[in-house]
Structures are given as structure tokens and as C-alpha cells.
Write a protein that binds this ligand. Structure first.
Ligand code: NAD
Length: 497
């Protein structure tokens, strides 16, 4: 069985020690092993990054951007191979895997604008013969810790921008589906990245703690579940690091009585069941304003959910693959049991799904609950599976109160034809990313991505303009050159015009 290695100082390396199994969730079998880094391995990666940083920070931004141009081309040329690797270990369909890669490539395209993004600000004559400018300088060695659900896209939110800003990066991807992440990092080296500027170390808590504790690591970007996000934010900031930690979600879609229902249903099907619900922007709650909307929605959703094409992610033309692990499947089934016991009405039950030819895969079918109430666990907690909960309310105000009271605030959307309602929703909703008749409002790469409340710990969102700020330090320089014919007298009062 092959072992997924670390990529340190531009070389694939095996360090021995602990390993974890990597599964193909469509067949329910372990297919690879992955090395789990010890503290010593993390230190090797840090040493390599530290040594490579000075030359890279002094490489002109336009040269750094050229590496990203070549990287983008290599990613496009290798799309099929990357999608296959993602699907084999994550379980999502090939089309979905290619989609996440495309959204990742957008971030590489944004990074290609480094010379423009880093050019700073200049003011001439801020005082007599004095000019001032501000500069954006790299932090040094920075690290990223990423989740299983987007093994290509989420790392690409981080390191292309960090690296093009002049930093050296250490990536600790999810140990559940590490192969596509590693392969993509190899492509960046093929594109001409100097050794040591991107190191990939696989691992678990031991590796993450070593990154948090290392004084050489100046900033941490994290994407994953809320308890770990909160832990990394607390431990990282305690040590004076800059931290952005993106956490979990419970995303509501509000359906107004005037919504164009057929379009809303199509949008909800993809947003709730695409990638088996394993997206931080997945819609997991449909809030229907009025019983009429709820009844009509359920009547349209039920047959479509029952008709979902589910199978091995690597087969073509499917809507949904399996969940990522047996534990993830059991957790989702546990939530469905819990919802039933709490009194929610199970309209479509995805438990016990058998996929012919893939009987051991970790499948759960599309599931729909009606009459879910805010006190139920299936409403309060992130299920991260193909389960949609319908909550019935009487007004837009009640729907908004429900969303604003929820602990998470990642994404939300409203389906309506009423501009006034949509505008109120956009203004008053306590959520970081909002869609109007758009179910998955994931910002494009030149805006930034981030939730509110317990979906993000830190001040700056991921990628885009916030990403540039996160991976750089501002330096303000004020400069005067001596004038040949004038003598500057001492000035004891605080300098002012
Ligand atoms: P996770 O929190 O289990 O793991 C994320 C990363 O943290 C992995 O690299 C993992 O190895 C590491 N980790 C796990 N346990 C740790 C511990 N005790 N100490 C230190 N590090 C630890 O998340 P996951 O299951 O891989 O991903 C799914 C979660 O990620 C969901 O909650 C989802 O909402 C969230 N997510 C959020 C966003 C966002 O942008 N807000 C995007 C994608 C996923």
C-alpha cells in the first residue's frame, strides 16, 4: 500500500513513525497510508522555510507572479488527474471535484496580480521636502491548516497569496484526503517555486500543536470545525501570532411567499445535497415564510430527493457520492435518529441506502425533515451531511430573528422577488456571506470569504483583499533628503505642519 509522504525543501520525504489510513469512501476500503508528522518533522519544515525566505522576499513580485502563472497552467492541464485524486479519497463526484479546483484556480489568478496588490501607497510633500509611503512586507514563515472537504480549493485560498506576497508557507492538510493536496503542491514546484517556500506536512494534533507553538511561525490560517478553530485562535493569539480561523456553519435559506419556487427548489437541491452536504456553505435549513410555501416546497423537493443519482464519486453523471468516512456516515445517521426522536417529521429518509456494486461505501441518501424547531439538535448543530431541515415561520422578521440567534453566521440566502425584503435582509442579517436568489454565495477570489459569529475567529477574512492584508505587514516610511542650501533647525515641539 502506498504511503503519502511529506514535501519538505522541495523533496518528497518519508520520516517513518506514525501513519493513518486513507480510505476510498465509495468502496469503504483503506487504499493508502499517510505519514503523521512528529514535532521534529515540523521543525525540519520550519527550518527549510526559514532558510528559503530571505531570497524569496527579495525576489521581485513580478517574478513571483510568473511562477503563479505557470502554476495556473499546470493546474488546468492536470484537472482530470486532480479531480480523480480528490474523488478517490473524499468521495465527491468528479464534476464537483473539478468545480472546486476551478474555484481554487481563481485564487491563483488573483495571486498573479501581486505587483499591483503590493505596490503600496505614496504621498509626496507630506511636509516641507518630505515624502511618505506605505509598503506591504511579508511576515516570514506562515502556516495553513485545512479541512477534508475541499482538499484542493481551501489550500489554494491560502498559499498562492501568502507566497506571492513573499512569505514561506507550511501547509498541514487534512489527513483524511491528502493526495490531491500533495500533488498540487508538487505542480507548484514544477512551475518553478524555489525549494522550501512551500512545505507540505501531513499530520494530526501533534503537528498542529508544533506549528502553533513554534516561534518562527508568524501567522496561522485555519479552516475546519468550530471547536478546533477556537482552539487554534486562542492558542495562536496567546503566542502573539496573527490568526484567521474559519469554523463551522449552519446555513439558512429563507423562502418568501413570492419566491419563484421552481428555481428555488433547483437551487436548494444543489446547495443542500451537492458534495453530500459536506460544504461549509451547504444549505441545511430552509426557512419557509408561511405554511403554503412550506407545503409547496416539500411537495416539489420530495420526488427530486428520492430521484438523486447516488454512487461512487469516481463514476460519471452522478449527483452525490458517499460521506468521507464510516465515522462521518454514522454521525449523520445518528442525527437523523435524533431528529426523529425529537419529533421532527421525516419526509425522506436517507438511512440504510445500499448502492449496488458499492455495498461497503459510506452512503447516506438525501434526507428531508419538516416541522423542525429551534430547540432540536438537528437544527442547532452542524450535521455536515445530506440532511435538509424545514422550519416554518410566519414572517420575514421571524425568519431573520431565527438566523440572527443562531451561533453560526457563515452563509445565508433569501429567495424572493421583493427588493425591499431582500434589501432589509442584506442590511440586518448577522451573517458574513449573503445570497439574494443565489444559494451558495461563495465570494469570487477578488472579494474575501468569511463568516460572522462562531464561524470565524479573527479580524480578516480569507483570500482576496483581506488575504493580502493578512499575509503582509504594513510599514510606513517618511523620508526627507537634506537640502543643499538650507539648514534644518532643531524642532522640539511635536512635528506638525
Ligand atoms: P476538523 O476541524 O476536524 O479538521 C480541520 C483540520 O484541523 C485538519 O487539518 C485536522 O487534521 C486538524 N485537527 C483536527 N483535530 C485537531 C485537534 N484536536 N487539534 C489540532 N488540529 C486538529 O474539520 P474537518 O472535519 O476536516 O472539516 C469539516 C469542518 O470544516 C466543518 O465544520 C466545516 O463547516 C468546516 N469548514 C469551514 C469552512 C469555512 O470556510 N468556514 C470551509 C470548509 C470547511
Amino acid at each position: 500500500m502506498s504511503v503519502v509522504q511529506h514535501l519538505i525543501n522541495g523533496e518528497l520525504v518519508s520520516k517513518g513513525g506514525r501513519t493513518a489510513e486513507v480510505f476510498n469512501p465509495s468502496i469503504g476500503q483503506s487504499t493508502r497510508k499517510v505519514e503523521l508528522a512528529s514535532r521534529a518533522t515540523i521543525q525540519d519544515a520550519i527550518d527549510s522555510a526559514k532558510a528559503a525566505f530571505p531570497a524569496w522576499r527579495n525576489t521581485p513580485p513580478a517574478k513571483r507572479a510568473q511562477v503563479m502563472f505557470r502554476f495556473k497552467q499546470l493546474l488546468e492541464q492536470n484537472e482530470a488527474r486532480i479531480a480523480q485524486l480528490i474523488s478517490e479519497e473524499h468521495g465527491k463526484t468528479l464534476e464537483d471535484a473539478a468545480g472546486e479546483l476551478k474555484r481554487g484556480i481563481e485564487n491563483v489568478e488573483f495571486a498573479c496580480a501581486a505587483p499591483e496588490l503590493l505596490k503600496g501607497e505614496y504621498s509626496r510633500n507630506v511636509g516641507p521636502n518630505i515624502d511618505a509611503w506605505s509598503d506591504f512586507q511579508p511576515l516570514g514563515v506562515v502556516a495553513g491548516i485545512t479541512p477534508f472537504n475541499f482538499p484542493a480549493m481551501v489550500p489554494l485560498w491560502m498559499y498562492p497569496l501568502a507566497i506571492v506576497c513573499g512569505n514561506a508557507f507550511i501547509l498541514k492538510p487534512s489527513e483524511r484526503d491528502p493526495s490531491s493536496t500533495l500533488y498540487i503542491a508538487q505542480l507548484l514546484h514544477e512551475a518553478g517555486l524555489p525549494k522550501g517556500i512551500l512545505n507540505v506536512v501531513h499530520g494530526d494534533k501533534e503537528a498542529v500543536d508544533a506549528l502553533i507553538e513554534a516561534p518562527e511561525v508568524k501567522a496561522l490560517s485555519f479552516v475546519g470545525s468550530t471547536p478546533i478553530a477556537e482552539y487554534i485562535y486562542a492558542e495562536g493569539t496567546k503566542r502573539g501570532k496573527r490568526v484567521q480561523a474559519l469554523g463551522g456553519a449552519k446555513n439558512h435559506a429563507v423562502l418568501m411567499p413570492d419566491a419563484e419556487l421552481d428555481n428555488a427548489v433547483s437551487a436548494l437541491m444543489g446547495a443542500a445535497y451537492g458534495s453530500c452536504g459536506e460544504r461549509c456553505m451547504a444549505i441545511s435549513v430552509a426557512v419557509c415564510v408561511g405554511d403554503q410555501v412550506a407545503d409547496a416546497l416539500i411537495a416539489k423537493l420530495e420526488p427530486q430527493i428520492k430521484a438523486l443519482k447516488i454512487g461512487a464519486g469516481t463514476s460519471c453523471g452522478l449527483d452525490m457520492g458517499p460521506l468521507v468516512t464510516a465515522a462521518a456516515r454514522d454521525k449523520v445517521v445518528g442525527y437523523i435518529d435524533d431528529g426523529l426522536a425529537a419529533g421532527a417529521q421525516l419526509v425522506v429518509d436517507g438511512r440504510g441506502l445500499r448502492v449496488s456494486g458499492n455495498e461497503d461505501g459510506y452512503f447516506v441518501g438525501g434526507t428531508l425533515f419538516d416541522r423542525v424547531t429551534p430547540d432540536m439538535r438537528i437544527y442547532k448543530e452542524e450535521i455536515f451531511g445530506p440532511v435538509l431541515c424545514v422550519v416554518r415561520v410566519k414572517s420575514l422578521e421571524e425568519a431573520m430573528q431565527l438566523i440572527n440567534d443562531h451561533e453560526y453566521g457563515n452563509g445565508t440566502c433569501i429567495f424572493t422577488r421583493d427588493g425591499e425584503a431582500a434589501r432589509l435582509f442584506c442590511d440586518e442579517i448577522e451573517v458574513g456571506m449573503v445570497g439574494v436568489n443565489v444559494p451558495l454565495p461563495v465570494p469570487v477570489s477578488y472579494h474575501s470569504f468569511g463568516g460572522w459569529k462562531r464561524s470565524l475567529f479573527g479580524d480578516l477574512h480569507a483570500y482576496g483583499p483581506d488575504g493580502v492584508r493578512f499575509y503582509t505587514r504594513r510599514k510606513a516610511i517618511t523620508q526627507r533628503w537634506p537640502q543643499r542650501k538650507s539648514h534644518e533647525a532643531s524642532q522640539f515641539a511635536f512635528p506638525s505642519l
